[in-house]
Design a protein around this ligand. Sequence first.
Ligand code: ZN
Length: 322
Amino acid sequence: MMKLTFLGTSSGTPTRHRNVSGLAVQTVLGPDWFLVDCGEGTQHRVLQTPLSLNDLAAVCITHVHGDHCYGLPGLLASAGMNKRTKPLKLIAPLPVWEWFEATRALTDLHLPYEVEHVDLGGPSLVYEVPGLRIESHALLHRVPSHAYRMQVETRRVRLKADALRAIGLPPGPAWRALQQGEDVPFNGGVLRSADYTETQVETAAAVMGGDNAEPALLHDACKGAQLLVHEATFTQEALDKVGPGPMHSSARLLAEFAQAAEVPNLILTHFSARHQNEEGMAALMAETQAHYWGNAFLANDLDVFELDAAGTLARGADGPRP
Ligand SMILES: [Zn+2]
């Protein structure tokens, strides 16, 4: 239903093995994909994946801090040089849009496609096409910050095969016609497609947060969601030392919330450089598993995760390493 490719998992600054925030989301609906945050260098990470900038439907920026948006002008300029013509939606707080517009004007950037700004702060529904909805949810950070909830819905029409056999209609062209919604003449009467088919709706939803000091703000967003992707910049011990000033979450704070909200899958990301060694990652995982009983993962750059219609999350084969 949904495939997530992590393009950056470091907080604040890039490190040798982790770039700053960027997350690509693909769906079963088609080639269109979505980019949640675009830290500096995100386009270089995209080059290490099969993703094409021509299929990028929308960029969703969580907040104005540079490690979440400084890659935007470069990525959009490259899409233009690659002769992209399809319009693109930029879903972002107003300052991100104003900064992008200023950069475009001051650097003589002419894009061969339209960039349409969708502001945050109005209605929470920021993107909708058949089968896909993206909502924004407000978080708590030093500047206005948001999470995006992406919901994918697919419909499958199934034939009531037993009922058709029971009335003496064997498999054949009539079955196909009924499945495609057509009514079919039979034994002097008419078989109605609606009577011999049932529509199965499958829904998958993932919530992807920006920087945030209070995971519990996502309580409503996480209702019915099978996956939460959220920052865990620090362990609780490190957060206690740093103090509340930076307004980030610890692994413990996040894990406690995910457990209370009963989200079955949790991916932690946006790690402080101080935790980016084996010991630090082990500490983040231990803290998470002490407070959360679902499936927890620590994201690495170029990790791929797939969420299926049954709500199961699997980490795919590791991508190329930097
Ligand atoms: Zn950040």
